[in-house]
Design a protein around this ligand. Structure first.
Ligand code: NAI
Ligand code: MG
Length: 354
C-alpha cells in the first residue's frame, strides 16, 4: 500500500516549505508504517512558464496519472508572469478538471499563535469551513449589453445545481457527523437572494433528514461573518456556496493568526481524481530565498492529505507534533517571534514526531 504523491513545489517559498513538508511526511511514514512514492514535477511554476511559455505541459494529466494526491506549494511570481495567468494556468485547471468540488479549511487556534481576537486560547477555536468549489456565483454565464452607453448593463448568473449542492452538503454533513460536536452551520442569504438561496436552504433541510444526529443551524452571510469574529467558539462545521465559502475560508484562518500556518485541501471525495493539498499562503516573493518562511502551513497540508487518504492516526500525529513545536517559543519561526528558519522548524516537527 504505497502512496503515490505528485509533488509540485511551484514558486517562491513553495520551494522552501515543500521539502519540509516532505521531511515530516517521511518521519510520519517511519512512525506509522506507511510508504510513499514522491514524484516531483517542475511544472505549474513561473520558472516553467519562462522556459516553455505555458504553465503546464500539454500532457500534464498523463504525467500525474496514478497519483493518489497532489502535494502543492504555491504558484505565482507577479514580476514575471501576471497572477491571473499563473493561477488560471495551473491551480484552477487542477481544481476544475479534477472536479475538486470541496475546498476544505481547518480553522484552529494553535498554541504560540496569537489570535487577533481578544481573550482566545487554543481550544476555543476549532472548526472547518467547507466551500463549494465548482459552481455557484463563479459561473461564466452572463454578459454585457448596451456597452459604452448610459444604459450599459452587466449580468452574471449564479448557478446552483441540485447535484452540486447535494454533494457538497453530503460531504459537510459527514464531516460534522464524524466530529464530537456534530454541529453543522449553513451560510445562506435567503432573505435577500430570493431564488438560489431559498433553494440552498431547502436542500440543507432535505439532506439533514439523513443525518438525524447532526445539529443544524443557518445564518445569513452578513451576520455569520460578524459571528466568526465575535463568537468563533460557536462553530464546528460551516458550509457555504462558492462565494460565501470563499469569504469565510479567508476570514476563518485570519481569526486564528498568521497566514503561515493555515492549510487547505481541494478535494474530490469520490476518489475518481487526485485531490490537492496546499498551504493557504502564496509564494511570498518578499521573503522568498531567505530561508525564513514558516513551514507549518505546508506541513499541516501534509496531515490533511494523509487524513484524506485514510491515515487519520498519522494525520493526528503530525498535527500534534506541530502543536508541540509551536508551544515552544525557541522552536518557532520569525513570523511567530521565534529564532528558527524554515529548515530547522521543519526538523523540529519531524523530531517531535519520531
Ligand atoms: P502571500 O501569501 O504569498 O504573502 C502575503 C504575506 O504573508 C507576505 O508578506 C508574506 O511574506 C507573508 N507570508 C506568506 N506565507 C508565509 C509563511 N509561510 N511564513 C511567513 N510569512 C508568510 O500572498 P501575496 O503576497 O498576495 O501573493 C504572492 C504570490 O502568491 C502572488 O503571485 C499570488 O498570486 C500567489 N498566491 C498563490 C496562492 C496559491 O498558490 N494557492 C495563494 C495566494 C497567493
Ligand atoms: Mg480566497
Amino acid at each position: 500500500n504505497k502512496l503515490n504523491i505528485a509533488v509540485i513545489a511551484g514558486d517562491g517559498i513553495g520551494k522552501e516549505v515543500v521539502p519540509e513538508g516532505l521531511r515530516v511526511l517521511e518521519a510520519a511514514a517511519k512512525r506509522y508504517d506507511l510508504s510513499f512514492d514522491f514524484k516531483e514535477h517542475d511544472f505549474a511554476s513561473c520558472d516553467y512558464y519562462g522556459r516553455t511559455g505555458e504553465m503546464l505541459p500539454e500532457d500534464w494529466k498523463t504525467r500525474l496519472e496514478g497519483s493518489d494526491a497532489i502535494f502543492f506549494g504555491a504558484v505565482g511570481w507577479p514580476d514575471v508572469v501576471p497572477d491571473h495567468v499563473s493561477l488560471w494556468g495551473s491551480l484552477l485547471k487542477f481544481r476544475r478538471e479534477y472536479d475538486q468540488y470541496v475546498n476544505l479549511r481547518p480553522v484552529r487556534l494553535m498554541p504560540g499563535v496569537p489570535s487577533p481576537l481578544a481573550n482566545r486560547a487554543p481550544g476555543d477555536i476549532d472548526f472547518y469551513v467547507v466551500r463549494e468549489n465548482t459552481e455557484g456565483e463563479y459561473s461564466s454565464i452572463g454578459g454585457k449589453m448596451y456597452e459604452g452607453t448610459d444604459r450599459e448593463i452587466v449580468v452574471q448568473e449564479t448557478v446552483i445545481s441540485r447535484h452540486g449542492t447535494d454533494r457538497i452538503l453530503k460531504f459537510a454533513f459527514e464531516l460534522a457527523q464524524s466530529r464530537p460536536a456534530k454541529h453543522l452551520t449553513s451560510a445562506t442569504k435567503s432573505n435577500g437572494i430570493s431564488i438560489t438561496m431559498p433553494y440552498w436552504d431547502e436542500r440543507v433541510e432535505e439532506m439533514a433528514k439523513n443525518y438525524g444526529d447532526v445539529k443544524v443551524d443557518k445564518y445569513h452571510i452578513d451576520i455569520l461573518t460578524a459571528q466568526f469574529v465575535l463568537n468563533p467558539d460557536w462553530f464546528d462545521v460551516v458550509v457555504g456556496s462558492n462565494l460565501f465559502g470563499d469569504i469565510l475560508s479567508d476570514l476563518g484562518p485570519a481569526c486564528t493568526g498568521t497566514i503561515g500556518v493555515a492549510p487547505s485541501g481541494n478535494i474530490d471525495p469520490t476518489g475518481r481524481f487526485p485531490s490537492l493539498f496546499e498551504p493557504v499562503h502564496g509564494s511570498a516573493p518578499d521573503i522568498a530565498g531567505k530561508g525564513i518562511a514558516n513551514p507549518v502551513g505546508q506541513i499541516w497540508a501534509g496531515a490533511m492529505m494523509l487524513e484524506h487518504l485514510g491515515h487519520k492516526e498519522a494525520a493526528d500525529g503530525i498535527v500534534q507534533a506541530i502543536e508541540t513545536v509551536l508551544s515552544e517559543q525557541k522552536l518557532r519561526t520569525g513570523d511567530l517571534g521565534g529564532p528558527l528558519g524554515t529548515v530547522d522548524c521543519g526538523k523540529a516537527i519531524a523530531d517531535a514526531l519520531s
